[in-house]
Design a protein around this ligand. Sequence first.
Ligand code: NDP
Length: 334
Amino acid sequence: MFKAILLEESDGKVTAEIQNLDEARLPDLEDAVTVAVEYSTLNYKDGMILNGVGRLVRTYPHVPGVDFAGVVEASDHPDYKPGDRVVSTGWRVGEMTWGGYAQKARVKGDWLVSLPEGLTAKRAMALGTAGITAMFAVMALEEHGITPARSTECGEVLVTGAAGGVGSVAVTLLASLGYKVAASTGRQEAHDYLRGLGATSIVERAELAEVSKRPLARERWAGCIDSVGGTTLAHVLAETAHNGAVAAVGLAGGSTLETTVLPFLLRGVNLLGIDSVMCPQARRRAAWARLVKDLPMDKLDAMTETAALGDLMTLGQEILKGQVRGRLVIDVNA
Ligand code: NDP
């Protein structure tokens, strides 16, 4: 038996309860690997799933948790054997199949990566989907010529939703790589926290959420990592410098995008979509290796708090309201 959060749905309403489940209930998958989970994490998408928002889960009962790290117990996959330490992010784990809010998980071996050398399971989950997404976004900006030098010459690189999970890792990564970073937040109390992560300036969330009156405005940003979407993304596109790039990561502020083609036609702005869910494994491994190399671990520890499975229903509601700061690791055995 193992402890897990089990979601049930009735009349469109999702309820959650911690239950003891039999291992026989774990999914039956090809090349399966069964993992004794040590840590999971809380991402925005977990908040949606815990609250039945967005119909991301189609089959109930369901065990949520899009990320987990732990030790292999049994394996039908040639790359993994009992005792190996592994990490799972993406591939719709915790969404289309059971996930990591449990002491045991079973996934296809092809969805796993080995715990990156230099990381503990806890730090891997302090990163989790949010961390690897921030790294993908930085890599995408680099691939489109957004260098630290450009952030001095053409305007800072902006991070929106900066006090959240993706935002906190993105600010820290960019700052440690030598970029000048503007952090946008709606939380007055997060200003010192963001400066501590390396932000060179702070921008009020409300300022960027205003609908742009003109399709092109003063060039302010060499690039941007945007967790917010909606009017914020439209606003930022109008302020992005010539040949700048905007990595669109999220939709915490809305999924509708009303803009014009002018930033693309007259300023050569690149809008880069970031998808951490179905990203190929080779790029995923490269991103993990970059995180180990480029992210100062003391800063990661400073942005991380730990909670237990029993705290998740409250925390799942808080993350949807933008009230969770930085990263939250879930100790599934606490
Ligand atoms: P968090 O809740 O940790 O961070 C989101 C931040 O956005 C909040 O902390 C807040 O920052 C800001 N925010 C929240 N609500 C609003 C609002 N209504 N208007 C403007 N800003 C708001 O979530 P994550 O960092 O885990 O995820 C961020 C987004 O990225 C989500 O939409 C998520 O679904 C998406 N995502 C996408 C991935 C991909 O593969 N593309 C992977 C991971 C996440 P502040 O308080 O500083 O203003």
